[in-house]
Structures are given as C-alpha cells and as structure tokens.
Design a binder for this molecule. Structure first.
Ligand code: FMN
Length: 761
C-alpha cells in the first residue's frame, strides 16, 4: 500500500487510495433532491478514504458495479410509484429475465436511500422495487434502507440526516481505516468534482493567433490577425491592459460593432441619454479616454436591466424552439395570485408531424427558466469575476460536466451566459453548498458561522437561516462578503437550473400541418402556471426563479422547450376503450390542466365515458379556471366546484356547521352518513373532500353503472392528496361500493378494479 497520509495538491487534499476500498454512489432523480443527497454521500465516502465515483444510474453499466467494494443507491419515486427517467436504462437491464436465479450480483455490497412522499399511495416504491431486485440477484445489504418522506415537517432530512450519520458510523466501524490513517475532517478541502476553464477570445501568446483550446480560426479572427500588430496596439498607453483585455478591445474595434463615438458624439445629448454611465469617473489613468463602455468587459448599464435573453437557445437533445404566442393573466388583478395562461407554438418538420399529432392527455412541456442579467451582474461583482465574465466557454473547457448542464446552441456562450442560463443562484441553498463556502473565506468569524449552519447535528440552525425565510444563495453570499468563489468551481458548487415541467392544459392543435400527407406545420398548445410570489418570515417578498421568468416572458419571443408525450402504457391515454371508462377527477388550482386536456381528448371520441369533476379553488369569480369550457361537455361531464373562500351555500351550511355546532371543532360529520370524520384542517371548509363525501351516492351510482373507473387527483401537494384519498374511501363506504374503509382502500389500489392517478406538486 502507498503512503498512508493524504496527498496535498495545492489547496485540496486527496483521499488515500486503499486497495479494495471503493464506493460507487448511483442516483435516480427527477428534480435534483436525490442527486444532492448522492453527492453528499459520495463526499462522506471520500472523507473515509473510499475511492469514490458518483453518477446517475443510466450512465453506468451493471457489470461495472462489480468493480466497487461498496455501492450506495439513491432514488426518488416519481409518477405513480415509478422510477425516475434517468434510471430507465439501468432498471431495464437489471430486470432482464435472463438474470433471474443467476446470483449475478453476489459480490455487490449495497445500501439504499429512497426519497418519496407519503401522500402518494405508492410511497417510495422506486427504492423498494430496486432494493428487492438487487437482493433477488444476490447482492447483500451492508446497511439498513432509508426512506425519506417529503411530507415530514423537516422534509426528506428528518429521515435522511440520522440515516447519514449512522451510515458513517457503521462504515467506519465495519470497515476501519488502517492505522494511523484518520478520516478527512470537514475543514479539509477535497478536489472539486468539476472544473471550468475559460476560453479567452484570443491567446496573445500564440504566434499563430489561435484562440484557446484549439478553436478553429474564423474569418473574423483572420481579419483581426491580418491587421494586428500587438506592439502598436499597446504603445499608446502608459499602463496597458492585460493582454486578454486588450485583445477584446481590439476585437470589438475590428468588428466595427457599435462604432464608438467621436468626441463630438460624446457630447451629443441623445447619445448620453442612451448611455447614462458617468464615463469620466470610469476612465482609467493614462488610458485613451474614449467612451469607457467600450473598454469595460461588463455590459452597459442599459443592457443590465434587460430581461433574460429569449433568442439564445439551449443545446438540449430532443428540445424544440417554441414561440410564445400569448402570455396573459387569467386571474383578476384583485386576486392574490397571478396565474398565467401561456400559449406556445412549435414548428414541426414534415417527418415529425405524425409523432406529435396525437392526444395530449398527460403530456407535459418543460420550460427552462433563466436568471435576470442584473442579478447575474450582482453575483459577478460580489465574486470579483468582472475580468472574466465575458470570456467564452466550450464543452472541452469543462472537466466532468454534469449531465443536466446545457450550454447554448452553437458555441457555448460566455461565463455570463452560463450564469444567466445555467446557474441557479437564486435557489434556497442546500446544506452541502453552505458547507463548501467555508473553504472560500479567509475570515475566521465567517468560517465559524458557516460551520455552525452546515452542521448536520443542528438542522434547526440551518432551517432557521435558509429554508424558513427562503433565503437565496445570492443573499447568503451577501451575508458573507469574505466568500470569494473561484469561477473555475461554479459548476460543481452551485445548483444548476433545471427545466420546470408543466402539464399541457390545452393541446395539440395543429395549424396548417397535415397528418395524412405528413406536411409539417405548427403545433399550438398552452399551459397554466401559478406564479409563486410571497412574503417570508423575514418579510421579504420572494419570487420563484421560474415564476419571475414566466411573468416577464414576452409574446413573440422564442424559448427552448421539451415536449413529453405520454407513453403508450399510460393508463390515461386516449383510445376507444380508455375513453369509455368513467372518470372521477379531482383538481385543485392549476391541477385542472391535465384533467381538462383529458376531458377534451375524451370528447374527441364518439362515446366518451361519464365524468364527475370536483374542482377546488378559492372564489367563483377569481380562480374557477375554464368555467366556460365545461358547458360544452355538459352531456357527459358534471362539474362540482368547491369554493373555499366564497360564502358557504345554504344547503352546505348545515353539514359543514355540524362540526362546529357539535363541539367537535375540527371534525367533519356528514349527516346520515354514520361516523365519517376527517382531520382538523377540513373543519367547516368547503373543500373538495367535503364535496366528495357529500356526493358519495352520485359517485357510487356512476361506479355501479360503468365498470373500471379512472380516479385522477391533481393539484397542490401538501395535505390535499391524503385528504382527498380519505374522502374517496369514505365515499365508497357511504355509497356501499365497499363495506369497510379497509376494503375501499384495497379496491382503490387494485389495478384490476380501477386506475388511481395522482399528480401533485
Ligand atoms: C409528479 C410527482 C410524482 C411523484 N410520485 C411519487 C410516488 O408515486 N411515490 C412517492 O413516494 N413519491 C412520489 N413523489 C415525490 C418525490 O419522490 C419526492 O418529491 C422527491 O423528493 C423527489 O426527488 P427528486 O428531486 O430526486 O426526483 C412524486 C413527486 C412528483 C412531483
């Protein structure tokens, strides 16, 4: 074995390589929570001197599992108890029939942590399925499985943190380090996962003028090279700029963009109004005093207040460029929430037309939000990245690039572009982010405070500072001015912006295209998005990254989107048989989107099944979305709204009042229904769960008349899904479809009896 002491490489320390001590951390994740946990576990393993690799499951071959002494799996559950998309290939391989009874994973030593939400009927099913299959193929478990629950007061952490700490103890105890080696303490820096090097516009040290990292010389560069005499460029200043700075200036001059103003032009009022920077104060001593905007690498003040650029598209496999046709508010301005209906249009090529000309129930569109240039400039200034902000990046400049990093189409853009399109610095920071900041400040009091905040033994401290007030990364960095993060490490350190998925609310209208002839055309569809704007406990107004982006998304602009159509196995897909099934749909708020698409798609068929739609919102006049639409389908769709903030109708007062009058505040008792009560938060409230119980007999009649129903529950996560399920169970008992709550719950979970589809967020 080599030296038993860690090697120091610059500021970072490498764990000691010990034969037979290695760890693979594999994750499956839809929205990044699982990935974050996988990265934290990988760091812990590295500190215990396991040679560690962390990757998403789909990037990994099954046979490679056998190369590692230990494996940790982390996976969330998505859809209806499904594995996340980035595990599909791995999971398919693992389930191959020919592996059965082979004990092929006999040498694999694993632990597994699942992320889920107990309001879903199939809680943590992905992790459970994966674990069962690994065991079936002979793998052994070196630590107990963990199941995080989003519904817990402290979210996933309430289960994860103790699991993490115990795992560390078990690993150290069962796989002790050889004397005298010790685990690497938290204040020692490990090598970063991912490094970014910028590509200077031109490398002046290369006599052939090639730009950095082997880019080919463009015509414009050739022109520059032909006229360039580096010495002459630098002779007219006493204190020359850095070579890189000077080259940028010259580059602009040769390109003749925005030909910079002469002395007279500078005194021109119009020009001055358009360029309000106080240029006198910005001129550097003894440097030619043309307009300084020309020489600064930052963009002009005017430009900084622009909205995020919409003409720069991300290079994402399978994505499309969509035109924003309309973006309008569908709630009255007097209503507390701004809800948008955004209509998008996508041009389809001739050969694509058939793929996209189908029904849209269950379809989603992913929109990739961007940061505002002014926030980006704030971060650049705070971190001292001004000199490099407008340098280019290409893929080869990034070692170990994460799978969900998408650079711009056609050339990658600059560091500033990366900050606008990829780096999620207005997110609430995770503990691992705060922990890393310790390495980037020299100030002892800042280091101390950051350690306190990221101490996993004191989760409350972290929550009070970050999660409760929804403090953003940018604000955290402002609180710790001593922190200076090297730009080289931003990709591995900051969270990356992820696309946000929206259900298609109105879809698949084909303009001009022809499915029969296959001629291309335009596909038009819309989404509805409730913008997240609120005041936090520290009384600061907050706006989600995506909400702010959507709010200002201009009509006629174009953006990158990915359209996900439901797979052929989706039970809510539309075909002759599926559309005849009865539908009991329960939606709250914007959860109406996927249900509306399903109802509309069903009505394209000759015999759509009967539907009862329970729709929960606040006010009839404010957020009863699409109320005019339902009139069209009144022959087969009955809509039962529940307006939680409108005066309670006379007919409901008695039932809802019973809870209060009977002294059982917080208990809901439906008259003549026996003893069907629900939780405290329902008390006296006209919520969908109340309406489900009230209309229990109607539900029962529908189920008796037509077999094999679909139940669809869409809307906010939180307490709604569990309350709705419990009300449905009550309705089945009240209407005597089932004779006990247990039987009703079993019936809802029985795929041969019905489909139970929950989509809550
Ligand atoms: C559309 C959707 C479907 C979900 N389905 C389930 C489910 O069936 N069972 C479950 O336990 N959790 C379910 N969840 C909860 C996620 O597993 C949980 O939010 C997790 O933290 C997500 O982790 P990720 O970001 O790594 O994907 C679902 C979440 C969403 C948004």
């Amino acid at each position: 074995m080599a030296e038993l002491s860690p090697t120091q490489d610059g500021l970072v320390t490498k764990p000691v390589a010990i034969e037979g001590r290695s760890m693979i951390v594999l994750y499956g994740s839809e929205t990044g929570n699982g990935e974050e946990i996988a990265l934290e576990l990988a760091e812990m393993a590295q500190r215990l001197h396991f040679q560690t690799v962390v990757d998403e499951m789909d990037s990994f071959k099954l046979t490679d599992l056998l190369r590692y002494s230990h494996a940790i799996f982390v996976t969330s559950t998505t859809g209806q108890g499904d594995m996340p998309k980035n595990t599909a290939k791995f999971w398919r391989n693992l389930r191959r029939e020919k592996l059965n009874n082979t004990n092929c994973l006999g040498a694999v030593n694993f632990a597994i942590f699942g992320l889920g939400d107990s309001s879903y009927p199939k809680f943590n099913w992905a992790a459970r399925k994966l674990r069962a299959r690994l065991l079936q193929l002979g793998a052994s478990e070196f630590f107990r499985p963990g199941e995080g629950d989003e519904r817990h007061d402290d979210g996933i952490d309430s289960i994860y943190l103790p699991w993490y700490q115990e795992l560390r103890v078990v690993l150290l105890a069962n796989y002790p380090l050889p004397e005298p080696l010790q685990p690497l303490p938290d204040d020692i820096r490990l090598p970063p996962n991912c490094i970014l090097r910028l590509v200077p516009p031109m490398d002046p040290t290369k006599s052939n003028g090639q730009s950095g990292h082997g880019d080919t010389t463009s015509d414009a560069e050739q022109k520059f090279l032909a006229t360039k005499t580096a010495a002459a460029v630098l002779t007219h200043v006493d204190h020359p700029r850095s070579p890189a700075e000077q080259l940028i200036v010259e580059w602009d001059r040769i390109h003749g963009k925005d030909a910079f103003p002469t002395e007279t032009a500078r005194q021109d009022d119009v020009w001055e109004t358009r360029n309000p920077r106080r240029f006198g104060s910005l001129d550097k001593d003894n440097i030619i005093t043309d307009h300084p905007d020309k020489y600064l690498l930052q963009k002009s003040f005017d430009e900084l207040w622009e909205f995020p650029p919409t003409n720069k598209w991300l290079d994402i496999k399978g994505s499309k460029i969509a035109e924003v046709v309309t973006n309008h508010r569908i709630t009255p301005v007097t209503h507390w929430q701004d809800v948008r209906q955004i209509t998008l249009a996508i041009e389809l090529e001739d050969d694509e037309i058939r793929d996209f000309s189908c029904f849209y129930a269950g379809a989603t569109v992913v929109i990739y939000p961007k940061n505002f240039p002014e926030d980006v400039q704030t971060l650049i200034t705070m971190m001292g990245w001004e000199d490099v902000a407008d340098y280019k990046i290409n893929w080869s400049a990034i070692t170990n690039r994460p799978k969900n990093l998408h650079l711009l189409h056609g050339g990658g853009g600059t560091l500033r572009d990366l900050l606008i399109h990829n780096i999620d610095f207005t997110a609430v920071p995770k503990r691992s982010f705060i922990k890393q900041l310790v390495h980037f400040t020299e100030l002892p009091n800042e280091r101390e405070r950051l350690k306190e905040l990221s101490d996993p033994h004191d989760a409350a401290e972290f929550y009070d500072y970050t999660s409760r007030p929804r403090r953003t990364i940018l604000e955290v960095l402002r609180d710790f001015p001593g922190v200076k993060i090297p730009y080289q490490e931003i990709i591995g350190l900051f969270p990356l912006i992820r696309g946000r998925e929206f259900s298609v609310a109105e879809g698949g209208e084909l303009v001009q295209g022809d499915v029969d002839t296959g001629d291309g055309g335009t596909l038009v569809f819309s989404i509805i998005a409730a913008l997240v704007e609120y005041k936090t406990v520290i009384r600061k107004p907050r706006e989600g990254l995506c909400s702010r982006y959507l709010k200002w998304l201009a009509e006629d602009s174009s953006i990158t989107v990915t359209l996900n159509l439901p797979g052929p196995s989706s039970p809510i897909q539309c075909d002759r048989f599926q559309t005849m099934r009865p539908l009991i749909a329960i939606a709250t708020g914007t959860g109406i989107a996927p249900i509306k698409t399903l109802i509309e798609d069903r009505n394209h068929f000759p015999h759509p099944g009967q539907t009862i739609l329970f729709f929960g919102c606040r006010n009839k006049d404010a957020d009863f979305y699409f109320q005019d639409t339902w009139e069209k389908y009144k022959d087969n769709v009955k809509v039962i709204p529940a307006f939680s903030r409108d005066p309670i109708p006379e007919e409901d007062k008695k039932a809802l009042g019973t809870a209060v009058l009977s002294g059982r505040l917080g208990r809901l008792v439906i008259p003549d229904s026996g003893d069907f009560r629900d939780t405290n938060f329902d008390a006296g409230k006209n919520y969908v769960q109340y309406q489900l119980r009230k209309h229990a007999h109607e539900i029962g009649d529908l189920l008796r008349k037509f077999p094999y129903p679909i139940f669809m529950v869409c809307g906010n996560a939180g307490r709604m899904p569990a309350a709705v399920r419990s009300a449905l169970i009550d309705a089945l008992v009240i209407s005597k479809i089932s004779d006990s709550k247990e039987a009703a719950a079993k019936w809802l979970d029985d795929k041969d009896q019905c489909t139970y589809w929950q989509e809550t967020w």
